[in-house]
Design a protein around this ligand. Structure first.
Ligand code: ADP
Length: 244
Protein backbone atom coordinates (compact mmCIF):
# COMPACT_ATOMS: atom_id res chain seq x y z
CA UNK A 1 0.00 0.00 0.00
CA UNK A 2 1.03 3.61 -0.35
CA UNK A 3 1.15 3.80 3.47
CA UNK A 4 3.68 0.98 3.79
CA UNK A 5 6.63 3.08 4.82
CA UNK A 6 4.79 5.31 7.26
CA UNK A 7 5.84 5.39 10.83
CA UNK A 8 5.81 7.83 13.69
CA UNK A 9 9.17 8.46 15.27
CA UNK A 10 9.36 10.67 18.34
CA UNK A 11 12.75 11.31 19.95
CA UNK A 12 13.53 13.22 23.10
CA UNK A 13 10.19 14.99 23.13
CA UNK A 14 9.96 17.66 25.78
CA UNK A 15 7.13 20.04 26.65
CA UNK A 16 7.38 22.64 29.34
CA UNK A 17 4.63 24.87 30.77
CA UNK A 18 6.03 27.81 32.75
CA UNK A 19 8.91 25.78 34.08
CA UNK A 20 6.85 22.64 34.71
CA UNK A 21 8.09 19.78 32.56
CA UNK A 22 4.95 17.93 31.40
CA UNK A 23 6.75 15.72 28.85
CA UNK A 24 10.29 14.84 29.74
CA UNK A 25 12.32 13.18 27.00
CA UNK A 26 9.80 10.81 25.47
CA UNK A 27 10.78 8.39 22.70
CA UNK A 28 8.00 6.70 20.77
CA UNK A 29 8.06 4.65 17.58
CA UNK A 30 4.78 3.49 16.08
CA UNK A 31 4.70 1.64 12.79
CA UNK A 32 1.86 1.28 10.32
CA UNK A 33 -0.22 -1.78 11.19
CA UNK A 34 0.34 -1.28 14.91
CA UNK A 35 -2.54 -0.30 17.17
CA UNK A 36 -0.67 1.49 19.92
CA UNK A 37 -2.32 2.48 23.17
CA UNK A 38 -0.95 5.26 25.39
CA UNK A 39 -1.92 4.83 29.01
CA UNK A 40 -0.87 6.27 32.33
CA UNK A 41 -2.37 8.01 35.36
CA UNK A 42 -4.02 11.42 35.04
CA UNK A 43 -1.43 14.10 34.38
CA UNK A 44 1.11 11.61 32.96
CA UNK A 45 1.43 13.71 29.80
CA UNK A 46 -0.59 11.68 27.28
CA UNK A 47 -2.69 14.52 25.88
CA UNK A 48 0.29 16.86 25.89
CA UNK A 49 2.22 14.39 23.71
CA UNK A 50 -0.66 14.34 21.24
CA UNK A 51 -0.81 18.15 21.39
CA UNK A 52 2.93 18.35 20.67
CA UNK A 53 2.74 15.95 17.72
CA UNK A 54 -0.16 17.91 16.21
CA UNK A 55 1.42 21.33 16.69
CA UNK A 56 -0.86 22.51 19.52
CA UNK A 57 1.83 22.50 22.21
CA UNK A 58 5.29 23.96 21.80
CA UNK A 59 7.90 21.27 22.17
CA UNK A 60 11.51 20.41 21.58
CA UNK A 61 13.00 17.16 20.38
CA UNK A 62 12.15 15.47 17.15
CA UNK A 63 8.83 14.24 15.72
CA UNK A 64 8.88 12.63 12.31
CA UNK A 65 6.06 11.04 10.38
CA UNK A 66 6.35 9.58 6.90
CA UNK A 67 9.81 11.10 6.68
CA UNK A 68 8.58 14.62 7.44
CA UNK A 69 9.85 16.55 10.44
CA UNK A 70 6.84 18.04 12.24
CA UNK A 71 8.37 20.06 15.07
CA UNK A 72 7.81 23.79 14.71
CA UNK A 73 5.31 23.44 11.88
CA UNK A 74 1.92 25.12 12.20
CA UNK A 75 -0.99 22.75 12.95
CA UNK A 76 -2.53 23.03 9.45
CA UNK A 77 0.76 21.95 7.86
CA UNK A 78 0.86 18.96 10.16
CA UNK A 79 -2.66 18.03 9.01
CA UNK A 80 -1.40 18.19 5.44
CA UNK A 81 1.51 15.93 6.35
CA UNK A 82 -1.14 13.27 7.05
CA UNK A 83 -1.63 13.64 10.79
CA UNK A 84 -5.16 13.75 12.23
CA UNK A 85 -6.54 13.70 15.74
CA UNK A 86 -9.78 13.56 17.64
CA UNK A 87 -10.60 15.18 20.94
CA UNK A 88 -12.53 13.76 23.87
CA UNK A 89 -15.64 15.61 22.75
CA UNK A 90 -16.50 14.99 19.12
CA UNK A 91 -16.35 18.18 17.07
CA UNK A 92 -18.84 17.67 14.27
CA UNK A 93 -21.27 20.18 12.79
CA UNK A 94 -24.61 19.12 14.30
CA UNK A 95 -26.77 21.01 11.83
CA UNK A 96 -25.02 19.55 8.78
CA UNK A 97 -25.58 16.06 7.47
CA UNK A 98 -23.14 13.22 8.01
CA UNK A 99 -22.21 13.49 4.34
CA UNK A 100 -21.66 17.25 4.52
CA UNK A 101 -19.43 16.82 7.53
CA UNK A 102 -17.33 14.35 5.59
CA UNK A 103 -17.25 16.64 2.53
CA UNK A 104 -15.95 19.52 4.61
CA UNK A 105 -13.30 17.33 6.20
CA UNK A 106 -12.23 16.08 2.77
CA UNK A 107 -11.87 19.69 1.69
CA UNK A 108 -9.47 20.41 4.52
CA UNK A 109 -7.18 17.66 3.24
CA UNK A 110 -5.31 17.71 0.00
CA UNK A 111 -8.08 17.03 -2.47
CA UNK A 112 -10.08 20.23 -2.39
CA UNK A 113 -9.97 20.99 -6.12
CA UNK A 114 -11.17 17.52 -7.11
CA UNK A 115 -14.03 17.60 -4.67
CA UNK A 116 -15.19 21.08 -5.57
CA UNK A 117 -15.49 20.09 -9.20
CA UNK A 118 -17.71 17.17 -8.40
CA UNK A 119 -21.30 18.33 -8.59
CA UNK A 120 -23.27 15.13 -8.12
CA UNK A 121 -22.87 11.84 -6.39
CA UNK A 122 -20.59 10.98 -3.53
CA UNK A 123 -16.83 10.96 -4.01
CA UNK A 124 -15.35 7.46 -3.75
CA UNK A 125 -13.26 8.28 -0.72
CA UNK A 126 -16.29 9.65 1.11
CA UNK A 127 -18.44 6.64 0.20
CA UNK A 128 -15.67 4.38 1.38
CA UNK A 129 -15.33 6.25 4.67
CA UNK A 130 -19.11 6.04 5.22
CA UNK A 131 -18.89 2.29 4.71
CA UNK A 132 -15.89 1.94 7.02
CA UNK A 133 -17.54 3.84 9.88
CA UNK A 134 -20.86 2.09 9.30
CA UNK A 135 -22.89 5.24 8.66
CA UNK A 136 -23.87 4.78 5.00
CA UNK A 137 -27.57 4.50 5.88
CA UNK A 138 -27.36 7.74 7.86
CA UNK A 139 -25.47 9.77 5.24
CA UNK A 140 -28.25 12.36 4.92
CA UNK A 141 -29.14 12.55 8.60
CA UNK A 142 -28.09 15.69 10.50
CA UNK A 143 -25.07 14.83 12.61
CA UNK A 144 -26.93 16.26 15.61
CA UNK A 145 -29.28 13.26 15.71
CA UNK A 146 -26.47 10.71 15.87
CA UNK A 147 -25.92 8.66 19.00
CA UNK A 148 -22.80 9.44 21.01
CA UNK A 149 -20.89 6.50 19.52
CA UNK A 150 -21.91 7.32 15.96
CA UNK A 151 -20.61 10.88 16.40
CA UNK A 152 -17.23 9.52 17.43
CA UNK A 153 -17.20 7.29 14.35
CA UNK A 154 -18.11 10.24 12.16
CA UNK A 155 -15.16 12.12 13.57
CA UNK A 156 -12.90 9.20 12.74
CA UNK A 157 -14.43 9.14 9.24
CA UNK A 158 -13.57 12.82 8.91
CA UNK A 159 -9.92 11.96 9.57
CA UNK A 160 -10.04 9.21 6.95
CA UNK A 161 -11.32 11.48 4.18
CA UNK A 162 -8.92 14.17 5.31
CA UNK A 163 -6.35 11.58 4.27
CA UNK A 164 -4.84 11.22 7.72
CA UNK A 165 -2.29 8.37 7.68
CA UNK A 166 -1.51 8.86 11.35
CA UNK A 167 -4.58 8.97 13.60
CA UNK A 168 -4.26 10.13 17.19
CA UNK A 169 -7.44 9.35 19.10
CA UNK A 170 -8.13 10.76 22.55
CA UNK A 171 -10.31 8.39 24.59
CA UNK A 172 -12.41 7.23 21.64
CA UNK A 173 -14.66 4.92 23.70
CA UNK A 174 -15.33 7.26 26.64
CA UNK A 175 -19.06 7.21 27.40
CA UNK A 176 -19.79 4.39 24.95
CA UNK A 177 -21.95 1.35 25.58
CA UNK A 178 -20.37 -2.09 25.53
CA UNK A 179 -21.66 -2.75 22.00
CA UNK A 180 -20.32 0.60 20.77
CA UNK A 181 -16.91 -0.16 22.30
CA UNK A 182 -16.81 -3.48 20.52
CA UNK A 183 -17.68 -1.83 17.20
CA UNK A 184 -15.13 0.92 17.77
CA UNK A 185 -12.44 -1.68 18.45
CA UNK A 186 -13.26 -3.50 15.22
CA UNK A 187 -13.22 -0.17 13.38
CA UNK A 188 -9.80 0.74 14.77
CA UNK A 189 -8.47 -2.69 13.83
CA UNK A 190 -9.59 -2.22 10.23
CA UNK A 191 -8.12 1.27 10.08
CA UNK A 192 -4.93 0.08 11.77
CA UNK A 193 -4.22 -2.38 8.97
CA UNK A 194 -3.68 0.54 6.63
CA UNK A 195 -2.72 3.45 8.83
CA UNK A 196 -0.78 4.27 11.94
CA UNK A 197 -3.06 4.55 14.97
CA UNK A 198 -2.29 5.86 18.45
CA UNK A 199 -5.05 5.66 21.05
CA UNK A 200 -5.06 7.47 24.40
CA UNK A 201 -7.32 5.35 26.59
CA UNK A 202 -8.22 4.66 30.20
CA UNK A 203 -10.50 1.71 29.60
CA UNK A 204 -8.43 -1.35 30.51
CA UNK A 205 -10.89 -3.89 29.17
CA UNK A 206 -10.92 -2.14 25.80
CA UNK A 207 -7.14 -2.02 25.82
CA UNK A 208 -6.79 -5.72 26.67
CA UNK A 209 -9.07 -6.64 23.81
CA UNK A 210 -7.74 -4.38 21.08
CA UNK A 211 -4.25 -3.00 21.76
CA UNK A 212 -1.43 -4.56 19.80
CA UNK A 213 1.12 -2.65 21.87
CA UNK A 214 1.10 -0.32 24.84
CA UNK A 215 3.22 2.60 26.02
CA UNK A 216 2.79 3.44 29.70
CA UNK A 217 3.54 7.03 30.70
CA UNK A 218 4.20 8.33 34.15
CA UNK A 219 5.19 11.88 35.13
CA UNK A 220 6.07 12.80 31.57
CA UNK A 221 8.25 9.79 30.89
CA UNK A 222 7.88 6.36 29.34
CA UNK A 223 7.58 3.93 32.22
CA UNK A 224 7.08 0.75 30.23
CA UNK A 225 6.38 -0.43 26.72
CA UNK A 226 5.47 -3.68 25.00
CA UNK A 227 2.56 -6.05 24.52
CA UNK A 228 -0.39 -5.87 26.90
CA UNK A 229 0.92 -8.94 28.73
CA UNK A 230 4.41 -7.46 29.01
CA UNK A 231 3.35 -4.12 30.50
CA UNK A 232 0.85 -5.79 32.82
CA UNK A 233 3.63 -7.97 34.20
CA UNK A 234 6.00 -5.03 34.64
CA UNK A 235 6.43 -4.37 38.40
CA UNK A 236 6.89 -0.61 37.85
CA UNK A 237 3.49 -0.46 36.10
CA UNK A 238 1.83 -2.44 38.86
CA UNK A 239 3.31 -0.02 41.39
CA UNK A 240 2.07 3.09 39.59
CA UNK A 241 -1.43 1.68 39.18
CA UNK A 242 -1.86 -0.01 42.53
CA UNK A 243 0.27 2.21 44.76
CA UNK A 244 3.28 0.98 46.71
P1 ADP B 1 -2.79 13.25 30.71
O1 ADP B 1 -3.36 13.46 29.35
O2 ADP B 1 -1.85 12.09 30.79
O3 ADP B 1 -3.84 13.18 31.79
P2 ADP B 1 -1.81 15.93 30.35
O4 ADP B 1 -0.96 15.79 29.14
O5 ADP B 1 -3.16 16.50 30.16
O6 ADP B 1 -1.89 14.51 31.10
O7 ADP B 1 -1.06 16.81 31.42
C1 ADP B 1 0.28 16.57 31.79
C2 ADP B 1 0.68 17.60 32.84
O8 ADP B 1 0.84 18.87 32.22
C3 ADP B 1 -0.33 17.77 33.95
O9 ADP B 1 0.36 17.98 35.16
C4 ADP B 1 -1.09 19.02 33.54
O10 ADP B 1 -1.58 19.70 34.66
C5 ADP B 1 -0.01 19.83 32.85
N1 ADP B 1 -0.56 20.69 31.77
C6 ADP B 1 -1.21 20.29 30.66
N2 ADP B 1 -1.54 21.33 29.89
C7 ADP B 1 -1.07 22.44 30.52
C8 ADP B 1 -1.08 23.84 30.24
N3 ADP B 1 -1.65 24.32 29.13
N4 ADP B 1 -0.50 24.67 31.13
C9 ADP B 1 0.07 24.21 32.25
N5 ADP B 1 0.14 22.91 32.58
C10 ADP B 1 -0.44 22.02 31.74
Amino acid sequence: SRFRHDYLEVRGLRVEFDGFVAVDGVDLTVTQGDLRFLIGPNGAGKTTIVDAITGLARCSGSVRFGGVDLVGRPAHRIVRAGVGRTFQTASVFDELSVLQNLDIAAGSGRRLPTLLRRRSGIPDEVAQALETIGLTALADAPAGVLAHGQKQWLEIGMLLVQDARLLLLDEPVAGMSHAEREQTGQLLRRIGEQRTVVVVEHDMEFLRTFASSVTVLHQGRVLSEGSVAQVQADPSVVEVYLGR
